[in-house]
Write a protein that binds this ligand. Structure first.
Ligand code: 5GP
Length: 120
């Protein structure tokens, strides 16, 4: 089972405007901001507004509206930044083996150069 949601995780604090972030997209379901330690020319994190620990937690507990709203938001961030034609990569690290460090679901969006077969 997924751990309980920690309302003081760093992305929850960004969502509450308690700490600054370079926000590039916001709607009713999601917020997107630049990763503080970019691993590609463009590296954006897209997070749902709701309190979900991980992809596992979100896919199980979120309403159909939240699921749809978040998936659409991720697509919009990519489209609005012009990444559709050159292409981009999405990644959701989940749990310890996935290398997840922040316990609020985030989808990494990498773009801006050919990314190769795998991103470490
Ligand atoms: P994870 O390993 O959990 O999938 O990725 C967490 C990501 O969040 C890392 O790429 C890390 O650079 C980024 N990150 C951690 N703390 C902050 C922060 O305070 N602000 C921003 N913008 N990104 C952060």
């Amino acid at each position: 089972a997924t751990e309980p949601y920690d309302p003081n995780n760093i992305f929850a604090r960004i969502l509450r405007d308690e700490i600054p972030a370079d926000i590039v997209y916001e709607d009713g379901w999601a917020v997107a901001f630049r990763d503080i330690n970019p691993q590609a020319p463009t590296h954006i994190l897209v997070v749902p507004r709701g309190p979900y620990v991980s992809w596992d937690d979100f896919s199980e507990r979120a309403s159909d509206e939240e699921l749809a709203g978040f998936v659409r938001a991720v697509g919009r961030v990519a489209r609005e930044n012009g990444f559709v034609v050159p292409g981009y990569r999405l990644l959701a690290n989940t749990g310890p083996h996935g290398g997840q460090e922040v316990p609020h679901l985030h989808v990494h969006l990498f773009a801006g150069q050919p990314l190769g077969p795998m991103l470490a």
